[in-house]
Design a protein around this ligand. Sequence first.
Ligand code: NAP
Length: 308
Amino acid sequence: MARHRIGVIGLGKIAQDQHLPVIAASDAFELAAVSSQRGLTAPGAMTFRDHAVLLRQTPDLAAVAICTPPQVRHAIARDALAAGKHVMLEKPPTATLAELSDLTAEAARRNLVLMTTWHSQYNAAVDAAQAILAGETVTCLFIDWKEDVRKWHPGQAWIWRAGGFGVFDPGINALSIATKILPRPLFVASAELLTPANAEAPIAATLAFAGPGDLRAEFDWRQTGGEVWEITVTTASGRTLKLSAGGSRLSVDGTPHTAAPSQEYTGIYRHFAELLRTGRSHVDARPFELVADAFLLGSRVPTAPFHD
Ligand code: NAP
């Protein structure tokens, strides 16, 4: 079967670390073009500095993956849909919920596929946790998501600006796991957003979710000495599930259950190929809604200025 010709827009860290190598190894996709404002190139692909020129000059392109910061993703996705391309959106899919609704409607109107990519959902341990929790009553949830921003986001000025999500950039990964595995919806009840005096987005946040049960999350970018990416869930039947290593390892009642090396982006592209085959879109707004609600309900707590 012919491979889908795909373009990648924005050749930053995630495009280089994941999208380009996964496309290169894929049976379903062929990298046809890239767009990089800085003029970066990719072997075998046509290179453009402007996504609009890429869309104009590659009429045989089937799809694009948009790997820019979220603030500019809606406008680029709109242009791609108008040019008749299927669209994969890096996470978080857009800067606002209204933008995501607009893209969802526009893709449907044009019979094109739109896919949101919550990469942390594509782990065998996450699927296993979801299966175990189906039909259970959750009594406790604790999301503990802490990493060193200097290690994971060096020099990314956009992440500190309004619409850059701050600590919710990694935090939304945890929320995408929680919304997938829990047998009932989460609702933000209250939040505290610790925001450096020289930034527009938080460096740390705590969330409490509506009960029943004790449901909480702590996100912190000031972590040093190794990241903590853990989600612990306790059920009324007395089971304790712990997802660790960003959702790639699951233990149940202290016993290792599922551990598989992360194949997140392979899973994402496999899913995208399946959506293209069936002509269906996949738009999951739930993690994004929780972050938006944290910003709506959260109290801003000023904290020390941050310098990269
Ligand atoms: P990044 O390294 O800053 O890369 C973003 C790239 O987008 C830039 O290098 C630039 O590439 C392009 N870009 C920047 N501003 C732009 C603008 N105004 N218009 C068009 N293109 C622009 O960031 P990243 O870490 O790759 O993150 C990108 C997205 O992927 C974020 O939403 C992030 O949450 C998500 N993500 C990141 C990771 C990770 O581990 N880093 C993991 C999963 C998801 P060019 O100069 O080549 O155009």
